[in-house]
Design a protein around this ligand. Structure first.
Ligand code: FRU
Length: 493
């Protein structure tokens, strides 16, 4: 008989529900000083089940306060993924006195006798900053005759056409609709046939404009599409992106978008979408993803809760050699949680390891810079027989995360492995920015050009940190390590 020690896998600066199951982020919207994060939630179990919308709010994108459940299943079915937006102009007629929030989500209705489920789009509105919701009596507002998979509506107000736009997954494509009032929808176009990855069902799309290289007069549209897990592919569920133009009805992809481009090269950043209604003075496109993978999400080691979100990230477009790429950067708000534990410049691997011997951490950030062409990396969450290895292979110019010895893994045959992403040189050095928490690593390299987000399940005592190079005398240009201190609310155990 073996006794399994209690493993506390609740991240100290990641959102997780107080209890039970969570998957996709939903209805992310900023309103009156609060970032809202709704989420797919099964309050009755530790695996996917009767889906509700859970709810959390944050003022800083780092610490989250969980609020009561926002939306529960009804006679039209469970509440699947969707979005929320501020109806500033009262286009819906729901808000006589002041603007409020509208949620647009999929009602998923299971049918008896093995008949396919029905997925339709519905509305709910809130006049009290998302605390209570009323479902629209005219639900559903959009259905489809042929698609069985017809879900995850993301809406935004298009200033150029003075209409709402909805992008919604329909089988292995996305459909675009427009509407004056969120209730009456007109089909505009379909995108995706023969383009991008079709390794699984298309889910959780998003569509938004972004400035190229920070120049607001030069923008492109970005489309995110998540792809469900299929047993034929060991990668499981993943998110791809397209860049192109959008005229209010039709999305036209760039040449470079004909090939498959992934948002993240790790296994655990899925179903992510961006925040709606970020004030123009802020201007950022903020993103969060679900840090798991449908391949094993229902089986990961868990106690009170199962499911965490990634850290919040800023999405940007960067041009390199004539091609436009999506890059991800940790939001700057995370810097306010830092407590510096190490800062060195021009130090050798050996010197740094002497210092690191004294440092034992579970939730922290590493920022390192080293000469291009050098193979350098870190071992994190190191224990007697555990480690997660993160590095750059200088010869092949690849970023990698190797979780083969990272901790518990026997819940799925494909959990173990090493994941990599090709880097393009930015200059004479490479950089690594690594976020480590109780059950995750998120690695950003060369200013967010390559990103790998992976779950890990190390033992509680595995808190060692080490650096490695090709030899002990290799120099790092700089290295900073910050403990990321938990808020009392986040550390619920
Ligand atoms: C994506 C997804 C969505 C769906 C939701 C159900 O992870 O499959 O397509 O709406 O999860 O929880």
């Amino acid at each position: 008989m073996s006794t399994i020690a209690k493993q506390n896998y609740r991240g100290l600066y990641h959102f997780s529900p107080k209890e039970k199951w969570m998957n996709d982020p939903n209805g992310m919207v900023y309103f009156e000083g609060e970032y809202h994060l709704f989420f797919q939630h099964h309050p009755g179990g530790m695996t996917m089940g009767a889906m509700h919308w859970g709810h959390a709010v944050s003022k800083d994108l780092v610490t989250w306060e969980e609020l009561p459940i926002a939306l529960a299943p009804d006679e039209l079915g469970m509440i699947f993924s969707g979005s929320a937006a501020v109806d500033w102009n009262n286009t819906t007629g729901f808000f006589k006195d002041k603007p409020g929030l509208v949620a647009i989500f999929t009602h998923h209705l299971d049918m008896p006798e093995g008949k396919p489920a029905i997925q339709r789009q519905s509305l709910a509105y809130s006049k009290d900053n998302g605390r209570t919701w009323t479902k629209y009596e005219g639900n559903p507002v959009l259905e489809h005759d042929t698609f069985i998979d017809f879900r995850d509506p993301k809406v935004f107000w298009n200033k150029d056409t003075n209409k709402w736009v909805m992008i919604v997954a329909c089988g292995q494509t996305v459909c675009l609709y427009h509407s004056p009032d969120l209730m009456n929808w007109t089909f505009a176009s379909e995108f995706g046939e023969g383009i991008g990855s079709h390794d699984g069902v298309w889910e959780c799309p998003d569509l938004f404009p972004l400035a190229i290289d920070g120049d607001p007069s030069n923008t492109k549209w970005v489309m995110l599409v998540s792809i469900g897990a299929d047993p034929a592919f060991v990668e499981g569920s993943r998110t791809q992106y397209f860049t192109g133009d959008f005229d209010g009805e039709v999305f036209t992809p760039d040449e470079d978008s004909i090939k498959v481009r992934w948002l993240d090269y790790g296994r655990d950043n899925y179903a992510g979408v961006s925040w709606s209604d970020i004030p123009a003075e802020d201007g950022r496109r903020l993103f969060i993803g679900w840090m798991s993978n449908w391949m094993y999400a229902n089986k990961t080691p868990a106690e009170e809760f199962r499911g965490e979100m990634t850290i919040a990230r800023e999405l940007q477009l960067e041009s390199r050699q004539g091609e436009i790429f999506l890059v991800q950067k940790p939001v700057q708000e995370l810097e306010s949680a830092r407590v510096q534990v190490l800062s060195v410049k021009e130090a050798t691997v050996q010197e740094i390891n002497t210092l690191l011997k004294e440092i034992h951490l579970e939730s922290y950030e590493i920022i390192a810079e080293f000469t291009r062409g050098k193979s350098v990396g870190f071992k994190v969450r190191v224990g007697s027989d555990e480690q997660t290895v993160i590095g750059i292979n200088g010869e092949t110019e690849e970023l990698y995360v190797d979780r083969k010895a990272s901790g518990q893994h026997d819940f799925h045959e494909h959990f173990l492995g090493s994941h990599s992403a090709t880097l393009e040189a930015l200059g004479e050095s490479n950089d690594l920015r690594i976020y480590v928490d109780r059950s995750s690593v998120e690695v950003f390299s060369n200013r967010g050009q390559a990103v790998i987000s992976d779950l890990i399940f190390p033992g509680l005592e595995s808190k060692g940190i080490a650096v490695f190079g090709e030899n002990e005398n290799d120099l790092l240009i700089s290295l900073d390590i910050y403990e990321l201190t938990p808020s009392a609310e986040q550390d619920k155990n």
